[in-house]
Design a protein around this ligand. Structure first.
Ligand SMILES: [Fe+2]
Ligand SMILES: [Fe+2]
Length: 462
């Protein structure tokens, strides 16, 4: 016992040092960490200091084990105090970023997601996705006429995915789960007119976010008289993707729109941070809704002659893998020249902005160099993103770029750099973009949280 007490400072220092190493290794192999470290100087320094602390603890442990009884009492006390603090912080760090104590999403309302698999009538199939607190079997009833089709799950589970296949363009549908409330939706038409909303960066869970503004905008988009066919979200739905409670809050709020209007989500860097990737995939692109030529992090939505390519561009270009590039090239090649090619993802290309923690949050040389040439080669018409928290309209080399954020998240300070491609800057407003495509014409309306028109811009497809 006495021997153990004597050895305690060295054992604790060794444990602290190893725990730091384990945490750094785990964090570094997570999906978004490299992006975080490349772009955020503070995070970089945090990791470096943590690494130095780990090495110091390991060196101290080695020294104490080597000197045995020759170690001064005050060194033992400091080693014990620092290692105990480190062990507590590391365990808490694991638990929080790993989502260990985050709990589940509980009983989430159904989300009507577009799958990325095109049905026989030229529009994407839909998926009704929801979670339950307890494992159970559910039945979905859905259809357009009096008679509803019935789909019963074959095995109990907590995550539920029902696919609604081969929808009739412009068809009015309804669905319900078991004996629950009836939800209605209209499948997008393929007659050349598509009306959709684009938004990004709601940041549920962030102290500076205005959930009341988000709710106001969702209310506007949800109203049938405003006629939105689709809702496209450009990522950063939540502040910390590993905090399951934030997803629960987000889906409950979004349900006003996303239970009744076909919705698609792109991954944002906040959504996928640390263990957040698993939550994003499970909640926004579950395995059961992905088929055909779509992937979970990037996919294509067809609405007649209007084609949406949802990409995984999070912090910068590091998430744009070779596999994704090949896929994007193949999609762009397969879309006829005279049809709409619209890209939506989280990270921006051209933008005005600020310099924060060592990174210029404006015209991004990495995404511009790596991805824009593909857009230009294949005649992409329009690119939507978020990530910068300012509404902005830009144009470069015949392509319209629009930043449709924040949808409730904090607003960025006035720009220190204005992009030469800038056409309009809506800094300071929370809002979204209201988009109408009619044949070869497109109108973009930037609206604030009260749905007031801030900027209107019309252009023709080249
Ligand atoms: Fe954001
Ligand atoms: Fe972001």
């Amino acid at each position: 016992m006495k021997n153990l007490k004597k050895r305690l400072p060295s054992v604790m220092s060794l444990a602290g040092g190893l725990l730091v190493a384990l945490f750094l290794w785990w964090a570094l192999i997570q999906h978004g960490t490299i992006g975080l470290l490349r772009i955020n100087l503070l995070a970089r320094w945090g990791f470096i200091l943590l690494g130095l602390l780990g090495m110091a603890l390991l060196a101290l442990a080695a020294l104490m084990l080597w000197l045995k009884d020759g170690v001064k009492k005050w060194i033992q006390i400091i080693a014990l105090a620092v290692s105990t603090g480190t062990i507590i912080i590391m365990l808490a760090g694991f638990a929080i970023t790993g989502g260990i104590f985050a709990g589940g999403t509980g009983n989430s309302p159904p989300q009507l997601f577009m799958t990325g698999h095109t049905g026989v009538y030229g529009i994407t199939d839909m998926a009704v996705v929801f979670n339950t607190e307890k494992s159970c079997v559910n039945t979905l009833y859905w259809g357009a006429g009096e008679e509803l089709l019935e789909i019963e799950e074959t095995a109990p589970g907590r995550q539920h995915v029902f696919i609604l296949e081969d929808l009739q363009p412009g068809g009015a549908y309804r669905y319900r789960i078991n004996d629950g409330p009836v939800y209605t939706f209209t499948a997008p038409a393929v007659d050349g007119t598509v009306h959709f909303a684009v938004a990004g960066d709601a940041h549920f869970g962030a102290p500076a976010s205005r959930g009341d503004y988000t709710a106001q905008m969702l209310d506007y988009i949800s109203r049938p008289e405003n006629g939105f066919d689709m809702f496209l979200f450009a990522g950063d739905l939540v502040e910390y993707g590993f905090a399951t409670g934030q997803w629960r809050e987000a889906f409950e709020a979004f349900s006003a729109v996303s239970s009744n209007i076909p919705t698609a989500m792109a991954a944002g860097n906040h959504d996928t941070l640390f263990s957040g990737l698993g939550n994003y995939l499970e909640l926004c692109r579950p395995e059961g809704m992905v088929n055909g030529d779509s992937f979970r992090l990037w996919y294509r939505l067809d609405v007649g002659r209007v084609h949406f390519l949802v990409l995984d561009v999070e912090w910068s270009a590091e998430s744009f893998s070779r596999e994704q590039e090949q896929w994007l090239r193949a999609q762009l090649e397969s879309i006829p020249e005279d049809e709409w090619k619209i890209v939506i993802n989280h990270g921006y290309y051209y933008a005005s902005g600020l310099r924060i923690h060592g990174w210029g949050w404006y015209d991004n040389p990495e995404t511009i160099e790596r991805i824009v040439p593909l857009f230009e080669e294949y005649g992409v018409d329009m690119v939507f993103s978020g990530h910068n928290h300012r509404l902005e309209l830009l144009e470069n080399n015949g392509i319209v770029y629009a930043v449709g954020a924040p949808f409730g998240g904090s607003t960025d300070a006035p720009v220190v750099y204005t992009s030469p491609s800038n056409l309009w800057d809506g800094t300071g407003e929370r809002g979204f973009i209201d988009v109408v495509i009619e044949d070869d014409e497109c109108t973009l309306i930037f609206r604030n949280h009260e749905a007031e028109v801030l900027k209107e811009y019309a252009f023709s497809r080249k």
